[in-house]
Design a protein around this ligand. Structure first.
Ligand code: ATP
Length: 507
């Protein structure tokens, strides 16, 4: 099945089974804004809880906070967002569509890579086992031509972005003959800068002094509280501060379902450490984040860590890695891990005039700590786990019997256990089982329809275990437990269910 079709199926599955709905659906939705339904909210909450537990509860030197979305406007001046949180924007005069100039050029670079891969695939088919891919890549004239064009474009683009040199970005688009995918024309406007922050007015007077912003990231709430937290926790370096919360960006080209939206949630850690130890901590957190995703079932082939080249790095960063996931629409950033040096605290010290230094009792000196920031988008990681879990299993090709199943890790599954009485006459006994298990797990009680259909419905929302309470249960005090992935069933005494599931849901 084409990847486009897979993605369409996942999006419609999300709507059909209460994971994600378009916002304000009865009014035809609001572009690129989404609501989480009954299963989506459980999935998202499970991810957030697992993250909080791994970060805050399992690290004795990490604490959490919950800062307000509104902040003093000067925060965003100090952080650089007022002056530099911009994307280069370009419009096509025929389609009236708006694009990010950098994305148009990045897509063009990717096209050269696709051409190279096509040449390699063609040659592989032609030469069969005798094919030496490395030699082919190094010597084939067509491949070399594409590589040269790609490298030249990459160099020119990287240089233009450093300014950024907006006229040069437009010139690149013209020189490369990039056309608007909708109108098919090259009738472009000039490139201009567009600030991504949403602003609004606070209070009843609307003048320049009342302008405030909806935070575009949660991190600044941690930086401005650094001194408060250090003083009240009496933590020594290294220590970290976590936060989960909403962020808002007026993205020029939102899209790919919940991948890029204008309102989203971030899970951020700011890990403060002594200058000089930062690169070691950067490596530690890089490894930690990869393992965290794997511990929830993400597969090696679905993820990659992309280290930024020196030209790509922000001027204050000593190292940045994006952990990317292979979505049906291509690789996309999930988690950005950056060594931000002492940039943010120094900026706030300079602009606010408040002391942001840390007194190191061992060295008997004061300095501004360095910070490592792993920043994860909650909505993006939810989407990644939805894509990773979605599966269509052919059970019987002749009868066209296909089972749609969400193979969520048990820690993430919205519903942990389905309780299904075989007949409505058995509801009383089944309800007792449900009441007991509901004290610990999110369970669903379903007594409607035939048992096969009920199993399938639980598969479709990714419930790892279903309990069937049948007529024998009344006499033998046992139920049948069905495993979602293997579809195997086993008979378990009701009194043993607690221990049985404790074992299944311990991570
Ligand atoms: P991108 O390059 O994809 O726009 P970014 O590099 O600007 O992302 P960061 O500023 O590093 O992103 O934000 C940290 C994380 O927040 C990202 O890795 C991503 O998971 C999430 N995120 C950022 N922008 C959005 C958005 N518009 N919608 C959903 N999640 C987002």
């Amino acid at each position: 099945m084409a990847q486009d079709d897979v993605f369409k199926k996942i999006v419609s599955h999300c709507k059909e089974y209460g994971f994600v709905f378009p916002s304000s659906d009865i009014y035809d939705g609001l572009a690129a804004v989404y609501d989480y339904g009954q299963n989506g909210v459980e999935l998202k909450n499970n991810i957030k809880q697992y993250w909080w537990q791994s970060m805050v509860l399992l690290h004795s030197n990490i604490v959490g906070i919950d800062a307000a979305i509104f902040m003093h406007p000067t925060v965003w001046k100090a952080s650089g967002h007022v002056d530099a949180f911009n994307d280069p924007l370009i419009d096509n005069k025929d389609s009236k569509k708006r694009y990010r100039a950098d994305n148009l050029i990045e897509d063009q670079i990717a096209k050269y890579d696709e051409k190279i891969d096509k040449e390699v695939a063609k040659a592989k088919k032609r030469f069969g086992d005798a094919f030496d891919e490395e030699k082919f890549r190094q010597t084939n004239p067509r491949v070399l031509e594409h590589v040269a064009k790609r490298d030249a474009l990459h160099e020119r683009y990287t240089k233009a972005m450093q300014g950024p040199d907006l006229a040069e970005l437009k010139q690149i688009i013209l020189d490369e003959g990039i056309v608007d995918p909708i109108s098919g024309t090259k009738n472009w406007t000039d490139v201009r800068q567009f600030n991504l922050m949403f602003s609004t007015e606070m209070g009843s007077l609307s003048d320049a002094t009342s302008k405030i912003y909806l935070r575009p990231e949660t991190a600044q709430g941690i930086f401005v509280n650094f001194a408060n937290i250090q003083r009240t926790t009496r933590r020594k370096l290294p220590f970290g501060v976590c936060q989960v919360g909403k962020a808002f960006r007026n993205e020029i080209t939102p899209g790919n379902f919940t991948f890029r939206t204008r309102e989203f949630e971030q899970m951020e850690l700011e890990f403060f450490c002594e200058p000089g130890t930062d690169l070691d901590w950067f490596q530690y957190w890089r490894g930690f984040c990869i393992n965290w995703l794997k511990s929830l079932g993400m597969k090696d082939e679905e993820m990659r860590a992309r280290d930024h080249s020196p030209e790509e790095l922000c001027f204050y960063s000593k190292g940045t890695t994006d952990i990317e996931f292979l979505f049906p629409f291509g690789w996309g950033e999930l988690w950005g891990i950056a060594d931000r040096t002492d940039y943010d605290l120094t900026q706030h010290q300079n602009v606010s005039g408040q002391d942001m230094t840390y007194f190191d009792p061992e060295k008997n000196e004061k300095y501004i700590p360095y910070v490592i920031e792993p920043s994860l988008g909650a909505d993006r990681v939810v989407l990644a786990f939805l894509c990773s879990a979605y599966d269509e299993e052919v059970l019987d090709a002749e009868k066209n019997d296909v089972r749609t199943v969400m193979h969520f890790h048990p820690a993430l599954a919205p519903v942990k256990i389905g309780v299904l009485p075989l007949s409505k006459k058995l509801n009383e006994g089944a309800e007792k089982v449900f009441a007991e298990l509901s004290k610990k797990y999110n369970c669903e009680f379903d007594d409607r329809g035939n048992i096969g259909k009920r199993y399938r419905r639980q598969d479709e929302i990714g419930t790892p275990y279903c309990i069937t309470y049948d007529f024998d249960s009344e006499t033998d005090g046992a139920v049948t437990v069905r495993d979602r992935d293997t579809m195997e069933q086993e008979r378990i005494k009701i009194e043993d269910l607690d221990a049985y599931f404790a074992d299944k849901f311990t991570f």
